[in-house]
Design a protein around this ligand. Structure first.
Ligand code: F6R
Length: 241
C-alpha cells in the first residue's frame, strides 16, 4: 500500500485528484469506480476545475458508482445520482450515458443488482476505484457483517450509518433504510484502489481496517489483500497508523 499523508483536507483532495487525473491522462477510456460522501467532494471539485481549464478530458471515460439509496428518485437532492451530477458529472465533458449509478427506483431490486454487475462485467471491470471509509469500516454500503458479499446487493443500513447520514436529510425518519451497493468482488478486482480519508474521527477505523485482522466485521479490512491500494489521507485521519 502506498500512503500519502497530507496536511489537511484541501491538500488531500488535490493529491487524490492528481492521482485520478494521471489515470485518465494515461488511459483516456478508463473505467472509474466512484464514491459519494463528504470525503471525495474536494477531489471532484479539483477535477472539474482542471477539466474546465482543458487539462483533463473525460470524453471517453466510463464510470460506475458504488451505491444508491433504495426508494430515492435520481432527482432527489439526497440521491447519489443527484450528488454525482452536482459534484462532478454536470461540470466535466463526460458522456452522460457512460455514467452508471444503481437505479434506486427499480421495482425489482434483485434484477437491478444483476443488471449492475453485468454493466461492470461488460466494461471489463474497473481500472481505478475511489473509496471512502465509513466510521464502522464500511466501503460502499458493505456494512459490517458475518460474510463479505461479493456481488451487488441490497443492504439494510445500520443504525450508525443512518445516524451519520441523517445530517443530510430533513429528519432522521427521512433517511432511507436500505441501499443497493456494489459487492467486494468488483472492488477487489479493480486494478487500482484510491482510498481517501479525512478527519480525526476516522483515525480509529483507519487503524483498525488497515492494521487489524481482515474480517467482514470491518469490511474495509479486505483492502489489506489488494495489491495496489493508494491511501491518501490528511494527517488527522492517519494519526493512529
Ligand atoms: C458512498 C460510500 C460510502 C462513503 C463512506 C464515507 O458512496 O460508498 O462508503 O465513502 O460512508 O463517507 P464520508 O466520505 O462522508 O465520510
Amino acid at each position: 500500500m502506498q500512503i500519502f499523508v497530507t496536511e489537511d483536507y484541501q491538500a488531500m483532495s488535490r493529491k487524490a485528484a492528481n492521482i485520478l487525473s494521471a489515470q485518465v491522462i494515461l488511459k483516456p477510456d478508463t473505467v472509474l469506480g466512484l464514491a459519494t460522501g463528504s470525503t471525495p467532494q474536494g477531489m471532484y471539485k479539483q477535477l472539474a476545475d482542471w477539466c474546465d481549464k482543458g487539462d483533463l478530458d473525460f470524453s471517453q471515460v466510463k464510470t460506475v458508482n458504488l451505491d444508491e439509496y433504495v426508494g430515492l428518485d435520481p432527482t432527489h437532492d439526497q440521491s447519489y445520482r443527484y450528488f454525482m451530477q452536482k459534484n462532478l458529472f454536470d461540470h466535466i465533458n463526460i458522456v452522460q450515458s457512460n455514467t452508471n449509478v444503481p437505479n434506486g427506483l427499480a421495482k425489482d431490486t434483485a434484477a437491478e443488482c444483476q443488471r449492475y454487475d453485468q454493466i461492470i462485467r461488460d466494461m471489463g471491470g474497473i481500472d481505478l476505484q475511489v473509496l471512502g471509509m465509513g466510521h464502522n469500516g464500511h466501503i460502499g454500503f458493505n456494512e459490517p457483517g458475518d460474510t463479505f458479499e461479493l456481488d451487488t446487493h441490497v443492504v439494510d443500513l445500520t443504525e450508525r450509518t443512518i445516524e451519520a447520514n441523517a445530517r443530510f436529510f430533513a429528519s432522521r425518519d427521512d433517511v432511507p433504510r436500505q441501499a443497493m451497493t456494489m459487492g467486494v468482488r468488483p472492488i477487489m478486482q479493480a486494478k487500482l484502489i484510491l482510498l481517501v480519508v479525512s478527519g480525526e474521527d476516522k483515525a480509529d477505523i483507519v487503524k483498525a481496517a488497515l492494521t487489524g485482522p481482515v474480517t467482514p466485521k470491518v469490511p474495509a479490512s479486505i483492502l489489506q489483500l489488494h495489491t495496489n491500494v493508494v491511501l491518501v489521507g490528511d494527517k488527522a485521519a492517519l494519526s493512529k497508523l
